[in-house]
Design a binder for this molecule. Structure first.
Ligand code: ADP
Ligand code: MG
Length: 486
């Protein structure tokens, strides 16, 4: 989101409908809207949960935390973006954000620790022991990602059925490995962790490991640099259920793939279950050894698709159960109709509505207010609207007066070569498709596509005419030129 759009949004929210919205609520809402990856959002939520207080003291906005280390760390991450968001939310322009150790924060931390102690004491020693040893993950499971909280619909019912079969009988032959793929925010991680919860609950002695492939790779690199490859190997060969999230990130990491190949084979040999998620199906994985891809296809490969309108409504209603307010039917319909790209985006919209209702008790919420609050979400949806590569190629053909077949041909004369590269550039920028997909549509290998779009990227800087042409095509396609140059 551009600073101008954010500012505009902040102003609208302030003046039109939400004059009474709490400054912090609005600031957080604006800040969170600027986060695009689920990792960033998850990190913020985890961190923000430990902020004990927030207070406006003159020109200082003070956030209370429990210790100096946390204060310094959070300040380095959040002081600046929160300052910007505060100003957009209506704070004075010279506002400063500080993270400080406050008495209140310490008090809250003490209470939390005492509560944990009580719970711990209530558990017999042996259960504690079993729990400690059974869980091999570096990353804990999200307590909400259970089967009970997963809403089934035509887009995910097959994946759900397989996941629950695996949960009941991990390591069975038919569904091993289980490879789930699909777009961002469609429930892959949720479903995968649901298997983990179920298995651990049923048999706490089972060793369940949830890890993203990025973390997995980092652990491996650390182990190698500490000359401790052996204990890394042992650790990952002694688990019963490996949940490897976002496997696409191992692309290109040859040495790690070798190690993973061995770990993987070992787990399979001993009848352990492997579940993987990915943003593409195995055959479209980029820079991953063929033998790994073959292995990934040996069990069951299933796509989770975007949910239908009915499923979207059911998911919204299920999520709203955690909300303290009664959300009117009109709002569900509004979100269901306007936010379609991912469940994560729908959840974000619902959270914003919840925050608005928190901040404005007694105020009737309707779709008009929702439209203002969710303006940014809705705009993003329009941007996400999937343009097909086909549409792009056709638009380029008509601008350059060339044919579709010529674009796909190997002829390198001008202006055909430029037209082809422009089409590649736009396909990369505007469709959100991965490089291998774009490459296969153009019947080229991916280095050619990468090269082609890089050439255009460079030429745009020095050839205003070319830049104008490309912007025009982009507008014809119903998209904003600003999307090309971020
Ligand atoms: P992915 O891993 O595919 O990017 P996630 O599993 O992180 O997506 O899901 C994003 C958010 O949407 C999570 O909060 C998850 O609980 C929620 N979600 C996705 N699909 C469903 C569903 N079918 N039912 C309930 N919640 C869902
Ligand atoms: Mg995920």
């Amino acid at each position: 989101m551009s600073p101008e759009r954010k500012k505009e949004l902040g102003r609208e929210m302030q003046t039109e409908t939400t004059a009474r919205v709490d400054l912090w609520v609005l600031t957080v809402a604006l800040y969170k809207m600027s986060l695009t990856s689920s990792e960033d959002i998850g990190r913020w939520d985890r961190h923000a949960a430990s902020f004990a207080s927030h207070e406006l003291e003159g020109d200082r906005f003070v956030i209370g935390v429990t210790d100096q280390y946390a204060a310094d760390y959070y300040a380095s991450l959040y002081s600046e973006p929160l300052r910007v968001a505060l100003i957009q939310a209506g704070a004075q322009p010279d506002i400063k954000v500080e993270f400080s150790v406050t008495e209140k924060a310490k008090e809250i931390e003490r209470e939390k620790r005492e509560k944990e102690e009580v719970i711990k004491r209530a558990q017999p020693e042996d259960i504690q022991h079993v729990k400690r040893t059974s869980f091999a993950s570096t990353v804990p499971l999200n307590p909400n990602y259970t089967f009970d909280n997963f809403v089934k619909g035509p887009s995910n019912s097959f994946a759900y059925a397989i996941a629950s079969a695996i949960a009941k009988e991990p390591g069975g032959n038919t569904n091993n490995p289980f490879f789930v793929w699909g777009g961002a925010g469609l429930g892959k991680t949720h479903l995968m962790q649901a298997i983990g919860h179920y298995v651990m609950q049923r048999d706490p002695s089972k060793s369940v490991c949830y890890i993203t492939s990025e973390t997995f790779l980092n652990e491996y690199l650390n182990a190698i640099s500490n000359n401790d490859g052996d204990s890394f190997r042992k650790r990952y060969r002694n688990i019963d259920l490996l949940l490897l999230d976002d496997v696409q990130f191992i692309g290109g990491k040859r040495q790690f793939q070798e190690e993973f190949f061995n770990t993987y084979n070992n787990l399979m040999t001993y009848g352990k279950q492997v579940v993987m998620t990915c943003d593409v199906p195995p055959k479209r994985l980029n820079n991953i050894e063929e033998r790994l891809i073959t292995r990934f296809q040996q069990g069951i490969v299933i796509e989770i698709e975007s949910p239908s309108y009915e499923t979207r409504l059911a998911i919204l209603k299920s999520k709203a159960k955690n909300c303290r307010h009664r959300i009117p039917e009109e709002i569900f319909t509004f979100i269901g109709e306007n936010i379609k790209s991912s469940v994560r985006a729908m959840e974000g919209a619902l959270n914003l509505i919840g925050k608005f209702m928190d901040a404005n008790p007694g105020m009737e919420i309707n779709s008009q207010i929702a439209r203002v609050l969710l303006k940014e979400h809705i705009e993003e949806e329009v941007t996400i609207r999937r343009l097909s590569i086909d549409e792009i190629v056709k638009a380029v053909c008509s601008t350059y007066s060339v044919t579709y077949a010529e674009i796909l041909s190997n002829t390198r004369t001008q202006p055909l070569a430029t037209a082809r590269q422009v089409a590649m550039f736009l396909a990369r920028k505007l469709t959100g498709n991965s490089l291998p997909t774009v490459a296969s549509e153009f019947k080229r290998n991916h280095t050619t596509v990468l090269h082609g779009s890089q050439v255009i990227q460079k030429r745009i800087d020095v050839e205003p005419e070319l830049k104008k042409t490309i912007e025009l095509i982009t507008e014809q396609l119903g998209r904003k030129p600003s999307e090309l140059f971020y």
